[in-house]
Design a protein around this ligand. Sequence first.
Ligand SMILES: [Zn+2]
Length: 385
Amino acid sequence: MTDEDELLICIECAKDIRLKKLIKRISKKGLCSCCEKNEFIIDVDSNEFIQIIKALIRYHYSEWDYNEHWGGNGYGSLFYEVDNIFFKKENFKDQEVYDELINRIECFEVYEDYDKGVSIFAGYYDGQQNQLLQSIKSDLNHSIKQIEHKLKTENYFKFEDQITQMLLEYSDCSKITVESKSAFYRARIGVENKKRSLFAGGFEGEMVFVPYSNSKIGAPPPLVAGTGRLNRAGVSYLYSATDKYTAISEIRPHPGDVVSIGKFIVNKELLIFDLTESQFLNFFQSDKSLDKFDKLNTFTELMQKVIPPSERHVYNITQLIADCIRKLNFDGILFPSSVGNGENLVLFNPELMDYTFDDAEVVEIKDVTYEYFQRKWEKDISEIE
Ligand SMILES: [Zn+2]
């Protein structure tokens, strides 16, 4: 493969969900240079690919992770990390194609005009080093963080106007419709009934289960609704997921639990506030648009933050965001699941979806996997300043 050869990469060889969504949106099929399959592809030399890769570096990493002057190994090394987040390296038929791909990425323009492209170094101004770039993912909007903090001591409704104003900044890109007849899933630990089947002669057969159905797997009524990520106690919202796996993950079952799964069908066209990774595609083209992304990104980060059951009180900020979106006449919110691979759709009015027995299932949880990252620790923190 030479420098001039066309290099195409497909949706299956992409790993990051935002990159996959971009390739899907471009909707062009062709022969992937990496896995050699006919799939949805993107040209590695296209401006869209160049800007999204740089935007993804900016999204996931802070400059000190890759700037060689500040302790990094150069941004090319990020693509060779064991768990690289960009591409499915194992799909590549030829290691040299992978090396060529990274070679081309390493030749991208790293400083661009503010409104024309994405820069990955902060650079210098008047001979002075600018403040190093912090990963977009971790650089949450200060005003929203401040409101989150104030909610510990002040009533939420004091901040409704402020949050609503922020949401309105995204009124162009945040609205999506979910079509009538779309299907979503819910799961609940346990079953309605179970019985061991009997063969003739009295031999015991397999266990047979009746899954929870209808209202038993639907949203709990207001009287018994406890506090949730988006709803205050006593308010009934319908939480659902785009797929069964996500629905199961969201209820955090233990190994050995038997779980009922139910399917729900949307009964009218819905106006939904989109807080999924799809939003990245509206902002990745330049530093200017990435800067405008910060509040919307902060809302998404808060929505999908993993909260242990013992800390449910921190739902206050997400409940406030949901209140404001509801008052803007949306039917619900779509956001990425913090535990599954899919998305969650939460509807403010549970009657907008109907239960159907089609696709009902009972599953037994075999195994639960854990992912963790290391936190800094010391034997004694009394000396730390
Ligand atoms: Zn491929």
